[in-house]
Design a protein around this ligand. Structure first.
Ligand SMILES: [Zn+2]
Length: 198
């Protein structure tokens, strides 16, 4: 029905979250019809991001500069670190605009099932940041899943000897809930009502 190149594009798109083979084909058709107004700007945007994509050496965020835009922003409160599992959680918290501090992205969660160990996550860098001093509070904003809570517990142990306030999100995050899927109000409530760990 279509050339190899077009098929390859549809296949590549069908691997994106939320797109199956059918919707990928619709996207391809749309791109081809709107070559100048949609396909070419998309291509340039992809190239720009792809060329400059980098992991922040300080917090593990993915950005086009390192330190990332958040770490480099002098208006952020660098004495406060919110630890999250993934960049999607960082984006969710940024949408709520309620956390004025900086972040630390673990890049996953501890999982015996999937064989994810502490050394597989961006944990040592967090401990190094805290050990360097100048940190008042660390907020453990893990997902309210069993693995998220296991991860929070492990982090609490690793950080307990440092003179910081260690807090975690309050309930309001439903059990089994993932931050990225919460509405902003629920997330805001959970952040506002954060409580000491342990
Ligand atoms: Zn950063």
């Amino acid at each position: 029905m279509a050339s190899q190149e077009i098929d390859a594009l549809a296949q590549a798109l069908s691997k994106l979250p939320g797109l199956g083979p059918r919707s990928a084909r619709r996207v391809v058709l749309h791109l081809m019809k709107k070559r100048e107004s949609v396909m070419q700007p998309l291509l340039r945007a992809l190239e720009n991001v792809n060329e400059r994509l980098v992991t922040c050496e300080n917090c593990g965020n993915i950005d086009t500069v390192t330190p990332c835009g958040i770490c480099a922003d002098p208006r952020r409160d660098s004495r406060s670190i919110c630890v999250i599992e993934d960049v999607s959680d960082l984006w969710a918290l940024e949408r709520s605009r309620l956390f004025p501090g900086t972040f630390h992205v673990l890049g996953g969660k501890l999982s015996a099932l999937d064989g994810v160990r502490p050394e597989d996550l961006n944990i040592d860098a967090l401990v190094t940041r805290v050990a360097a001093g100048g940190i008042d509070e660390v907020v453990l904003a893990m997902n309210a899943t069993l693995e998220g809570q296991t991860t929070a517990h492990y982090l609490a142990e690793r950080l307990e000897s440092y003179p910081i306030r260690l807090t975690q999100l309050a309930h309001g995050v439903p059990v089994g809930g993932e931050l990225d899927y919460l509405d902003d109000g629920t997330l805001a409530q959970a952040l506002r009502a954060r409580r000491p760990v342990g």
